[in-house]
Design a protein around this ligand. Structure first.
Ligand SMILES: O=C(CO)COP(=O)(O)O
Length: 337
């Protein structure tokens, strides 16, 4: 008994000796062990922190990349389809209307021939807006063979828009600046939104006068339109050389023209009109070019011709990549409150 207690005493006292040779754990060994444990804890904490920083950085980078890759305009996007003089039968128009899909987070509008408007209004998804391709503003009714007046359009269900100034109306039906201005005025007075098309010919494009041509067409068509009325104007930049040719205006060129149109609106009205007016691009739009166009900060949508006659293709165009646009708009709304 006494022997074992003296042994343990010897051990406990000897362990306090820094360089003890007895095989027991010396104070310095214990301190080394503690230091080692401390170091490995520090390394673990550093790794965890590093891991968190890397994950955060990756998330931020993904967020930024995703934002950059998606729709970047601050305005609500519009995807419009101008059916022109198509399809050939009412049955086909109804089938096309039935196949149209509304896509969440963007305004989808179609412009069928006027004679199909009623049938399309009955069959199309309720979230797809409708517009008329043209209107006669010479009178409300009377001896104007072949014409359709504003009150007639007004009596149709679900018609919100009137297309004004399309280049085919300008070139094939002799709609001049005065006629276009009168249609814009009539549409606004009747409570429609006007989708105003402007754009240069191939020759004007080659001469480098695109901005001047667009500015002139814009000024003439909007003469007398007030800043408040501009809320019901959508501008569509449609370079004539890109319509129905398969030649799409390069996205950066279209962006430059859109930005110049917006500058004109800023100079004519004010920043609030310029910043809220939606400017669409039209001319051979197809699913392979839509994302590139919609990434441009001044392109707020597209006006599609040929590709809008196939509901699946039009649906693909309407489903363009929005990136974080909706999240950003939601956050903006929340923080503005
Ligand atoms: O004119 C257009 C839309 O109004 C564009 O037509 P495309 O898309 O067929 O070129």
């Amino acid at each position: 008994m006494g022997g074992s207690s003296s042994k343990s005493l010897a051990k406990s006292s000897c362990c306090r000796i820094a360089h003890c040779q007895c095989g027991c754990e010396s104070a310095s060994q214990r301190s080394n062990k503690l230091q080692h444990r401390h170091q490995s804890w520090n390394a673990k904490a550093a790794y965890t922190l590093l891991g968190r920083v890397v994950t955060m950085a990756a998330l931020i980078a993904a967020l930024m990349l995703s934002t950059a890759a998606g729709y970047s305009s601050p305005r609500a996007p519009v995807v419009a389809g101008n059916w022109k003089m198509n399809p050939s039968t009412s049955a086909e128009a109804v089938a096309l209307a039935e196949a149209l899909e509304a896509v969440d987070g963007r305004e989808v509008v179609v412009f069928p021939p006027t004679c199909y408007l009623d049938a399309v209004a009955t069959k199309a998804n309720k979230n797809v807006a409708l517009g008329a391709q043209d209107v006669c503003v010479l009178a409300e009714s009377g001896a104007y063979t072949g014409a359709v007046s504003l009150p007639m359009l007004k009596s149709m269900p679900r018609v919100d828009y009137v297309l004004c100034g399309h280049s085919e109306r300008r070139s094939l039906f002799s709609d001049d600046d005065d006629a276009i201005r009168a249609k814009v005025r009539g549409a606004l007075d009747a409570g429609f939104a006007a989708m105003l098309c402007i754009g240069e010919t191939q020759q004007e494009y080659e001469l480098g006068v695109t901005d001047d041509v667009c500015a002139l067409q814009l000024a003439k068509a909007l003469e007398g339109v007030t800043a408040a009325e501009m809320a019901n104007i959508v501008v569509a930049y449609e370079p004539v050389w890109a319509i129905g040719t398969g030649l799409v205006c390069p996205a950066d060129v279209a962006q430059r023209v859109h930005s110049s149109i917006r500058q004109r609106l800023r100079a004519t009205y004010d920043s609030s009109v310029a910043d809220s007016c939606r400017i669409l691009y039209g001319g051979s739009v197809n699913p392979s070019v839509i994302d590139g166009l919609m990434r441009q900060s001044d392109i707020d949508g597209v006006l599609v011709g040929g590709a809008s006659l196939d509901a699946a293709t039009f649906g693909q165009i309407a489903s363009f990549h929005t990136g974080w646009w909706r999240t950003r708009s939601f956050l903006k709304k929340v923080f503005r409150r």
